[in-house]
Write a protein that binds this ligand. Structure first.
Ligand code: MTE
Ligand code: CO
Length: 419
């Protein structure tokens, strides 16, 4: 695994700065004689780049550490692989396009939009083939939704394993999609009375397929062609993907090329051998589509240690539910003995990520930090022990258990479990 060791050295630097000043002071206070204030830096004494230097903007060179990362041992082959969203470096609720985790079964398809087609066939009155331009003549909508892979936190079923929320919880992103309701395209083709299921198929080498029940497709599925206002990235299914709000990421077929309409599910690989939940008794649950209520503290966390001493501390994280909005988030600093109400800030949207904050005066003692979300259906995020009582430890999917970070006196954090 690639990891960062920025925290402790940064902390050392801060402490050093204070010692030089010769006086203890509150975090963030100005310091008389500060060199960075008295001496003009090069960016103040020289002209900067003009507007023609960066026709497509990229982040500051000082943010180069903010990037998707993979875990080498998780997959034998980078083509059928996954990387993770750096949740600990983000704030608010929107994931920037270049940081959305990627999961490909057969690599990234580089689709020429002029050659792209979407076919709707099977139990329809009129089989149709749409171009991208055809899609853009239907009324379109904008929706902010999270996409979480069913395998997010999947490595943690048997115990704490990966040291960082990027790795334990980073198979999620939350962007605004612009697209056409799938219902509009199905209406255009005309559904036959016995139509009950859809089989969307991807145009990549995996030709990924999933059975989607018709009620979901008619309710809120989209064929999306924009994310956060610009064209989908190739990694995310350019030029068009299926959006299945609140349901497991595997169903959000990328590079979508056809949708077959049928009267029963197909029982393909991705809904039998994969993406089923193997229980303790050896039986498997199928079609567990919804992503249940879940949350994680992103700061502090193993990749984002506390870099200041005792005093005001901002704890923040994200929460989401595939069944609606997040009504409440609770935070504990003592492993679950006392829970405090966190503050949700920013938009609270259906099947979208929520941002929460819990601010308190840290006494510099070790912490056992956890967050627990409650959704609009009243579902409460379970402890990992409770989850294992019901589900056993065979599964790798749908782990929405409460995450614990052990924060030490020096501000460093690690992934642990409490029982
Ligand atoms: N669609 C196609 N065509 N091929 C794929 O490999 N991976 C699926 C899904 N759709 C996949 C696909 C899985 S398992 C997930 S979790 C999401 O896409 C990941 O979407 P992302 O790469 O935009 O994060
Ligand atoms: Co997935």
């Amino acid at each position: 695994m690639e990891s960062e060791k920025r925290g402790p050295s940064r902390r050392g630097f801060l402490t050093g700065g204070l010692a030089m000043g010769g006086a203890a002071m509150a975090a963030g206070a100005a310091q008389a004689g500060e060199k960075a204030i008295l001496e003009l830096p090069p960016w103040t004494t020289q002209l900067g780049d003009g507007v023609d230097a960066r026709p497509y903007g990229t982040p500051s060179q000082f943010e180069a550490h903010v990037r998707r990362r993979n875990v080498a041992w998780l997959t034998a082959d980078p083509v059928s692989s996954v990387n993770f969203t750096p949740l600990h470096e983000l704030d608010g609720i929107i994931t920037p396009n270049g940081l959305c985790f990627e999961r490909h079964h057969s690599g990234i398809a580089e689709v020429d939009p002029a050659e792209w087609r979407l076919m709707i066939h099977g139990l329809v009155e009129k089989p149709l083939v749409f171009t991208l331009e055809d899609l853009k003549r239907f009324p379109r909508v904008n929706r902010i939704h999270f996409l979480e892979c069913a395998a997010n936190s999947g490595m943690e079923w048997r115990g704490a394993q990966l040291n960082g929320c990027q790795f334990t919880h980073g198979m999620i992103h939350n962007v605004m999609y612009t697209g056409v309701p799938l219902k509009a395209l199905l209406d255009e083709a005309g559904l036959k009375p016995n139509a009950k299921w859809l089989l969307p198929e991807g145009g990549d080498a995996a030709a990924m397929t999933r059975s989607v029940p018709l009620f979901k497709a008619l309710d809120d599925c989209l064929i999306a062609f924009k994310m956060n206002g610009e064209a989908l990235r190739p990694e995310q299914g350019y030029p068009a993907r299926l959006v299945v709000p609140g349901w497991e990421g595997n169903m959000w077929v990328k590079w979508i090329r056809r949708i077959e309409v049928g009267d029963q599910p197909w029982h393909h690989r991705e809904e039998t051998s994969k993406y089923t939940d193997l229980m303790a008794n050896g039986q498997a649950r199928r079609f567990t589509w919804e992503m249940d209520v879940k949350s994680v503290i992103t700061n502090p966390s193993p990749q984002a240690p506390i870099v200041h001493g005792p005093g005001p501390l901002v704890v923040t994280g994200v929460a989401w539910s595939g069944r609606g909005t997040v009504r409440e988030v609770h935070v504990t600093t003592d492993g679950g003995n006392n829970w405090h109400q966190a503050r949700i800030d920013g938009p609270s949207l259906d099947r979208s990520m929520h941002r929460f904050y819990y601010e308190f005066d840290w006494d510099g003692k070790p912490l056992l930090l956890q967050s627990r979300a409650v959704d609009s259906e009243g579902m409460v995020q379970p402890t990992k022990d409770r989850l294992r009582e019901v589900r056993g430890v065979n599964s790798i999917y749908h782990n929405n258990g409460i995450q614990t970070w052990h924060v030490r006196e020096n501000g460093e954090a690690e992934n642990v479990e409490v029982s």
